[in-house]
Design a protein around this ligand. Sequence first.
Ligand SMILES: Cc1cc2nc3c(=O)[nH]c(=O)nc-3n(C[C@H](O)[C@H](O)[C@H](O)COP(=O)(O)O)c2cc1C
Length: 325
Amino acid sequence: MDLSTNYLGKRLPHPLIVGAGPLGDDPDTVRALEDAGAAMIVLRSLYEEEVTQEQMSEFVNVEGFSDSFPEATSFAPESSLSLGPDEYLQHLRLIKDAVDIPVMASLNGMTRGGWLEYARLLEEAGADGLELHVYHAASDMTMSAADVERQAIDIVKEVKGSLHIPVAVKLAPLLTAFAHFAKSLDEVGADGLVLFTRFHRIDIDADELEVVRTLPLSDSSELPLRLRGTAALAGRIKASIAITGGVHTGLDVIKSTMAGAHGTQLVSALLRHGPDHLRTVRREIESWMREHEWESLNEMRGNMSLGRLPDPAAYERANFRMALR
Ligand SMILES: Cc1cc2nc3c(=O)[nH]c(=O)nc-3n(C[C@H](O)[C@H](O)[C@H](O)COP(=O)(O)O)c2cc1C
């Protein structure tokens, strides 16, 4: 049975990738993930603010994540690793030395500027690829959708111009004209698109008058939004597509592949169950394929993408009308 895939120009034995986050913090954990069969790992992000020293990182330093989901603590480092720019480069070298699988670095930011030079340093430090997480605060009233997109496209263009390693762009789901934006990123040379980032859950503590931010682990119910985005792009762009968000089971990987994904990233599932869960997911994929008589993921990939379905509105509004009938 052939589970191989081609992601960012690299042939991987299967699509199971460890997504950006704390799983790449500790070399022993990374080795355990490699032993369990991870095809690739993405390290946590280095944030623009960390490079420019203005403020500390959203995910890592403002709040530890483990309080948000205590069940994850056994598989994640005791305390959140705080990596400044130089430490990040050292850490990347350490992880590269520890394993043979491709190691992607991750940069998160939204403005053009000196911090982008870090992309080149990450390449020099041995990163096999770069995941660029372009994030924009949606509460900014001074920038139009076109401005926001232009800024992200310019960043990707600039980074692509200075690197030889592949660059994947991790996108947020809340975009006005998602497919058009994705196509523009494709046209300026993004090697991959990663759909979609997950936001912190924001709530209000009405008694304490406080904004409460948590980052709970996902479950498979987050996957359909990603399937829809992937199905809209598959076969219509040159860039490879990875799904991040809600990939927990073998069936989630099968559905992602049918939508057209070349890679599937796991974070929550591995934080919850540990590195061995990769073996379980792989077994689930194989037994589903055996049962349904599929020989390879490549022949399945994109068979449920928008371009391959007879009804072009299958993922669209018509569906909603039908559901209400
Ligand atoms: C504790 C934690 C830390 C994370 N850190 C990062 C990060 O540094 N950079 C990033 O791009 N995504 C980060 N993410 C997001 C994940 O890479 C992933 O996109 C998201 O969790 C959805 O995947 P999942 O459903 O498999 O968890 C983090 C997620 C978690 C839970």
